[in-house]
Design a protein around this ligand. Structure first.
Ligand code: GRF
Length: 226
């Protein structure tokens, strides 16, 4: 699966944040999942077109037996599972996850429904190239229950956010967002499904744009493309 990656990534530290330009034929993606993996599937499907500019070189999970891993296996993408329970402490799990991901030499690490917060070892290693997707318009409704919280609050518009991961919970710089209407008869399942349709499209568009055009992070401002 990995291939067409014959040039090196160049990362320079300008201003108060890193700037990254993927100088490979295709950017190498490692995707982290914990569940159904429909966002992963959208990325795998997009990567089938060489002009997309990226390739999924590995899929990692914090638990075995999930559909996200099965999707990777069906696509012929290498997988790995790094379980917290297999490590003596959370910090050891964090270091092991960082080492395992680093071995695949990713340009971009994508958390796509990965339900674990990583720690300093992982964040330091992948600073400025670790992104996540959240099913709400951050900074509104951060945390595990973004869809439920938006519904409970009574907002008429919610959405999804792709952002750079930092040490907080869903607090990193925003890369891209899309709005989704809330209907009067929505429940969590119907609203989440509508959000996920937008989320998959946003993630695919954003990762592709980053892979093809590079990106820079200056404080809280993320610029994609030149
Ligand atoms: C997405 O809505 C993601 O934002 C949230 O969990 C969902 C994962 O969906 N954290 P999937 O596993 O990609 O289908």
């Amino acid at each position: 699966m990995a291939g067409g990656t014959d040039l090196a990534i160049a990362v320079s530290g300008e201003g108060d944040g890193p700037a990254a330009m993927v100088g490979r034929m295709r950017a190498r993606l490692v995707v982290l999942v914990s569940g159904a993996g429909t966002n992963l599937q959208a990325l795998i499907d997009a990567c089938a077109d060489r002009s997309y500019g990226a390739t999924v070189v590995a899929v990692g999970a914090d638990r075995p037996g999930i559909e996200g891993l099965a999707r990777a296996e069906r696509a012929g993408v290498p997988t790995f599972v790094t379980r917290v329970a297999d490590h003596p402490a959370r910090a050891a799990w964090d270091r092991a996850l960082a080492e395992t991901v680093a071995a695949f030499d990713p340009d971009l690490v994508v958390s796509a429904g990965f339900m674990k917060l990583v720690g300093p070892a992982f964040l330091d290693r992948f600073e400025g190239r670790f992104i996540n997707t959240h099913p709400a318009l951050l900074p509104a409704f951060a945390g595990m229950h973004g869809v439920q919280d938006a519904l409970d609050y009574g907002v008429k518009v919610t959405g999804c956010t792709v952002f750079m991961v930092d040490a907080g919970t869903d607090t990193g710089p925003v890369i891209a967002q899309a709005a989704v209407p809330v209907r009067d008869d929505d429940d969590v399942a119907t609203l989440h499904e509508r959000v996920k349709v937008a989320e998959r499209a946003l993630l695919v568009d954003t990762v592709g744009a980053m892979a093809r055009g590079g990106w820079s992070v200056q404080g809280r401002k993320v610029k994609v493309g030149r």
